[in-house]
Design a protein around this ligand. Structure first.
Ligand code: GUN
Length: 295
């Protein structure tokens, strides 16, 4: 029987596991607080940001909700980041991507105080992750690591194949999988759009993490039996009666081959959201010096 890994259930466990720490921090005078900054008119980004606020409210994390006109100069965003960096009541800062073309994304990421960088995208935090001493693990790969652990998937010694090399998912995912620590120690291959013979790489995989952003690109006939398949893709595709969300994995065919597989939606997506809360609580704990047990 193929196990369907339920991201909603694992994410709920993470959220439940954070509540005691949030209450402890609040009782000692530090209510964890996440600030989001949105500078685009993209309806999907607006939905993501409002879901993040709802998630925070549900567990007792305070929020700041800042929206900037996408036509505003880059300096407006820089000033906002500077103010949030200086605000002692704000522990986590998330600038929603994408940004308008006239704003240099890298400059924004460099400007966020690394101690408040709950996305884990600041170069200092990227460097720490690569060096094996992470401060904030980026939310999606961290969520994948938690899903694998919840499904009792042993990464040590496994052949892991990450499909995709983005800064947000593919690269940090590979770095987590090769760490000398729990949830790591996997022999890890990173495949991408220029990979020769992807199928040969996938055939050898015990664990596949699909994060290429190409709907349905990994099909069951590309997998050997007994593979654990984690689908990070969230692609909206047109259908006869509207549109639907699909992953990078063709679920129905892959399910026939996989020993365990995540669905889309309801797999990695809820974990990404839960790990943002996790990172915000860690940021508040680190800043206040109040120890918190993280789930
Ligand atoms: N846009 C899409 N995914 C992300 C993410 O993980 N973090 C931020 N800040 N923006 C995003």
């Amino acid at each position: 029987m193929t196990e369907i890994i339920d991201g909603n259930e694992v994410a709920q466990e993470i959220r439940d596991g954070l509540v005691a720490g949030i209450d402890g921090l609040t009782d000692s005078g530090t209510t964890p607080c996440l600030a989001t900054v949105l500078m685009n008119n993209d309806p999907a980004s607006q939905t993501y940001v409002s879901m993040k606020h709802k998630d925070c409210e549900e567990v007792g994390i305070a929020t700041r909700d800042i929206e900037l006109d996408p036509e505003a100069p880059a300096s407006a965003l820089f000033d906002t980041v500077d103010e949030l960096n200086a605000d002692p009541e704000v522990h986590g800062i998330l600038v929603q991507m994408p940004l308008p073309d006239h704003v240099d994304e890298r400059e924004v990421l460099r400007r966020i105080d690394p101690a408040k960088d709950v996305d884990g995208f600041h170069p200092e935090n990227v460097g720490r992750l690569v060096a094996g001493n992470p401060r904030f693990k980026p939310c999606t790969p961290h969520g994948v690591q938690k899903l694998l652990a919840a499904a009792d998937v042993e990464t040590e010694g496994a052949n892991a194949v990450v499909v995709g090399r983005s800064n947000i998912v593919g690269k940090p995912m590979a770095n987590l999988l090769i760490q000398k620590s729990d949830g790591g120690n996997a022999t890890t291959t990173v495949c991408h759009s220029r990979t020769d013979d992807l199928e040969a790489k996938l055939r050898d995989a015990d664990i596949v993490v699909a994060a290429a952003g190409v709907p349905g690109m990994i099909t069951g006939n590309m997998l050997s039996g007994d593979t654990v398949v984690i689908d990070v893709g969230i692609n909206r595709v047109e259908t006869d009666d509207g549109s639907e969300l699909v992953g990078d994995v063709d679920f129905e065919s892959a399910k026939q081959k996989a020993s365990a597989i995540t669905p889309v939606p309801g797999g990695v997506g809820p974990m990404t959201r839960a790990m943002l809360l996790w990172n915000t609580v860690k940021a508040a704990s680190d800043e206040s010096g109040v120890d918190v047990e993280l789930p």
